[in-house]
Design a protein around this ligand. Sequence first.
Ligand code: COA
Length: 392
Amino acid sequence: MRELREVFFVDGVRTPFGKAGPKGQFWRTRADDMAVKAVRELLRRNPAIPPERIGDVVLAATAQVGDQGLTLGRDVALLAGIPHTVPGFAVDRMCAGALTAVTAAAGEIALGAADIALAGGVEHMGHHPMGDDVDFNPRFASERLIDESAAVMGRTAENLHDLFPAITRERADAFALTSQQRASAAWANGVMRETVVPLAVFTDDGWKVAERDEFLRADTSLDGLAALKPAFRAGGRVTAGNSAGLTDGATAAFLAAEETVGELGLAPKLRLVGYAYAGVEPHLMGLGPVPATKSVLDQAGISLDDVDLFELNEPFAVQVLTWCDELGISADDPRLNPYGGAIACGHPLAATGVRLIAQLAYGLRERGGRYGLTALCIGMGMGAAILWENVQ
Ligand SMILES: CC(C)(COP(=O)(O)OP(=O)(O)OC[C@H]1O[C@@H](n2cnc3c(N)ncnc32)[C@H](O)[C@@H]1OP(=O)(O)O)[C@@H](O)C(=O)NCCC(=O)NCCS
């Protein structure tokens, strides 16, 4: 019987994240060029990996049109100067695009189809607003296959508040404040220097260097958050302050087989222990990471107590609080998003997964610990979780 190979996360980088729209730092930058920048920095930082040894380039985007539409893995690899002998493809699982790129690439490595893979994602939500050009099949409504609120992520977040009244606006705002405070501290302490790649961008004011996340607000206060109006429903609880903003950004990572790590003398950061995707009711999509987390822990035969660090996406504070309450983790647990999360840095849908993994690798090295979990929820009612072991 053939044996599967162990897969390691070698390194991962991201661009700074920008506000989508004409006022954002990437408004005049192409999505594929942002991904190229992340890929080129990854190649530069890992000179022991000969580009011709990359077995596949797997890049995700939710909107696969326009400047992020040309089979991204292939398009970006050629633009980044990777030899034409290296193939590539594009994947979409909305917010879990980059996580799916990583697990798809890991599958190729485990089966021996590739020794090294490059995986990541890009989303330019300014150029490609969420849901643009989506043509929902009328059967979804006529046959009541999904609740109509499932199509708007902010409304699914309000549905979670309805379902779990113990998660109040106050708790959501307090979580958002912590996210902003932790992210500001992380930037001030140089945490982001390791994973964030500055890039030159052309703006209305000429050339600039984009080097910071534009959603960071060190001045955030509980009073300021409390004053914000609900964004998705009159009388609702989800606001611009306790949600991740609409974001532009790109990420890229190297994965490698155990044998190749040895052969090339690489210093990997994490071993992939297992992963799980799960489905939930689409109008409660934020619940998705709960069954995904349970499933991946079951596969590994460990419990949440054994996990030393959690990097959870934060599309909405209520979504993370749901995960905490359902799994019995305190929202103040020091293992949860110690460097802040998407509420403070943004969430460029299909790019986010690799941000979580790179941040987890950094955190496990700095804080110590064996196991780490990256998880996020996915539109149309899904969740993703990957369990990692620290090998640094
Ligand atoms: C919530 C949402 C609609 C807000 O959009 P927006 O109104 O364009 O957001 P803005 O950045 O302009 O912020 C709105 C206001 O809140 C204020 N604000 C935002 N964060 C704040 C904070 N931490 N403290 C104080 N004020 C804050 C802004 O300054 C702005 O104030 P202004 O109107 O006086 O200028 C948008 O971010 C969104 O759709 N987020 C969810 C994205 C999503 O669904 N992703 C997928 C998840 S699965």
